[in-house]
Design a protein around this ligand. Structure first.
Ligand SMILES: NC(=O)c1ccc[n+]([C@@H]2O[C@H](COP(=O)([O-])OP(=O)(O)OC[C@H]3O[C@@H](n4cnc5c(N)ncnc54)[C@H](O)[C@@H]3O)[C@@H](O)[C@H]2O)c1
Length: 343
């Protein structure tokens, strides 16, 4: 079945208000989730709500928690999310990074005791919208084995970088694993196979079965280079921000465990380096140079732009299993999901 983006917002708002999540916070969670589905990152969209609802029920997500600032300088801060909704903590963290960048040229905010935040690129986009460069990294519960090993120790550790331009949307938003874990969970839910060269089973053999892959490990992207990069992210979003690392990271995929991962959010104000208009023009010039080099050349961010255009107009598909899960949630929380969809 297909739903529109506004129907998605209504479903999410109905769910979150029943857990007494303040409207402003619920709006942020809905916005980030809609952004994921619009950009085609359905592995991190409304399909994650059964996980979040479980987290709210068992108390690993605390809607009423207050974010506290544990350490602060003119350009840095360390936030304790106190297990609030991850989307809200990361949103507030990036707001703070941008405020600091406005003053000092760079804002660097570390976060611990947060929760799964959806797509990393939403928060780098926040900086881009203020003519800043946004960088977001995070660690997650283990999924990736070191090269040569078969035991998952490293997370899928996403990296998002957004750069302002006048004519182009320039953004990379990706896991450092060959596939986001969410895509494996999505394939499992839909009864699909996963692509080759993405994952190993628990004996270290290649597999296209999502269930075997989730019990085994996901490969890093780009062989040893992806592993090396994920390794560094694990530390910069782990011990640097007083979060867990390696096998100590819990609760990003399993909502029954308190989340121990960390995030590092950076905003850079290019106007503190040179003229912002000249900078943006040069970014556009570079994009033109790249695109002029062939017929079918894409830049990081094109996929998202194309998907947003398409899914905003057409709506997007929800598979039967996900709809069944959302319907069960709606019945339990006493709202009429059919009325929203029939609209
Ligand atoms: N919250 C978490 O803990 C967590 C963990 C891992 C991943 N994620 C999210 O999962 C999502 C999916 O990650 P993924 O690694 O599966 O994404 P992906 O493999 O689909 O890569 C996406 C990125 O590659 C760019 N891209 C694609 N084709 C391109 C081309 N031909 N030329 C240039 N650029 C191109 C896209 O514009 C996009 O920015 C991301 O939003 C990420 O933030 C979140």
């Amino acid at each position: 079945m297909k739903i529109t983006i506004e129907q998605e917002r209504s479903i999410i708002m109905e769910i979150l208000t029943r857990f007494n999540i303040p409207e402003e916070d619920a709006y942020i969670v809905a916005d980030v989730t809609m952004d994921a589905d619009l950009k085609g990152f359905t592995s991190h969209g409304i399909g994650r709500f059964p996980q979040y609802v479980k987290g709210l029920k068992v108390g690993t997500i605390d809607p009423e928690a207050e974010i506290t600032v544990e350490n602060e300088t003119a350009s840095t801060a360390l936030l304790n999310g106190n297990h609030k909704f991850g989307h809200v903590v990361t949103y507030k963290g990036m707001e703070l990074a941008m405020k600091k960048a406005e003053q000092t040229g760079v804002g660097l905010v570390g976060v611990h005791n947060s929760n799964h935040f959806g797509v990393a690129g939403y928060y780098s986009d926040m900086a881009v919208m203020q003519d800043m460069i946004g960088v977001v990294i995070a660690n997650t519960e283990p999924a990736v084995a070191p090269i040569g090993g078969k035991e998952p120790i490293i997370g899928t550790n996403p990296i998002a970088i957004g750069i302002p331009a006048n004519k182009n949307y320039v953004s990379v938003d990706m896991a450092t694993s060959a596939s986001a874990r969410g895509k494996l969970l999505e394939a499992l839910r839909k009864g699909q196979k996963i692509p080759e060269n993405v994952a190993l089973d628990c004996d270290g053999n290649p597999t296209i079965d999502p269930e075997a892959a989730l019990k085994g490990s996901i490969l890093p992207f780009g062989a040893h280079k992806g592993y090396a990069l994920a390794f560094m992210v694990e530390i910069m979003a782990g011990p640097l921000v007083r979060a867990a690392f390696g096998k100590g990271v819990k609760g990003t995929a399993n909502p029954e465990e308190m989340c121990t991962k960390g995030d590092l959010l950076m905003a850079i104000d290019p106007s503190k380096f040179s003229d912002i208009e000249q900078f943006k023009e040069e970014v556009d010039e570079f994009v033109a140079e790249i695109k002029g080099s062939g017929e079918t050349i894409f830049i990081p961010g094109d996929m998202e732009v194309n998907n947003i255009k398409r899914f905003r107009e057409e709506g997007f598909s929800i598979d039967d299993t996900l709809f069944k899960q959302l319907k069960e949630i709606s019945e339990e929380l006493s709202f009429d999901i059919d009325a929203i969809i029939e609209g």
